[in-house]
Design a protein around this ligand. Sequence first.
Ligand code: 6PG
Length: 229
Amino acid sequence: MPVLIESPEGFAERAAGWIANAIRSTVETRGSCAVALSGGNTPKEVYRRIPALPAVPWRKVEIYFGDERAVPPGDPSSNYRMAQESLLGPAGIPAERVHRMEADRRDITQAARDYEALLPEALDLLILGIGTDGHTASLFPYAPSLAERNRRVIQVVGGEPLTQRLTITPPVIETARGLLILARGAAKAEAVAMALEGHLNPTLAPAQLARHGIWMLDRDAASRLRATY
Ligand code: 6PG
């Protein structure tokens, strides 16, 4: 379901508030909250706003990731680093509750196996972005990863520049109890329309795997949608 946020200044604030609320209510009902973060510039601006929000029960939150490049944690392109700087550090979330995808390990196949053993059966909140090519997490158009049904985390090569990565697989998106997709800007409009209203073919448009989630869109990202929501 798309949620249109008209005010450009309000986007990050509104999405941050939604995430904080989702965490609060999950902790209230389930006692804890397993959140998986995505990379990307849109999420980053949202994450930065969360630490200032009141009454988020961080002590009951476990943090996971949806994908990661095969780079060390301090690398500028590391999703872990971005999350650490924008949200996890400022919110004071202790290291033992932050589960980095160790895509930089020499044995990346084993790193994938270890990470899927670590992931809870279902995430309480999975936050995703969408690329202009329609990818989400590191599930890229036409990639064999899109057909994966048994593994929950796998290694892939993809993106620009082409990089080795770890990514969650389609079943992790399907089983998440809460799913939030963040997209801003006209460059995303076509991919968003394909994801939400296109003929169902996740091989071509991987973000369709998240069609059932809450899509927070600014006016530009929503500009190619045909239906009015
Ligand atoms: C990553 C991602 C990726 C991202 C989208 C959107 O690490 O690159 O997890 O799926 O969320 O590409 O990124 P932007 O918000 O920067 O456009």
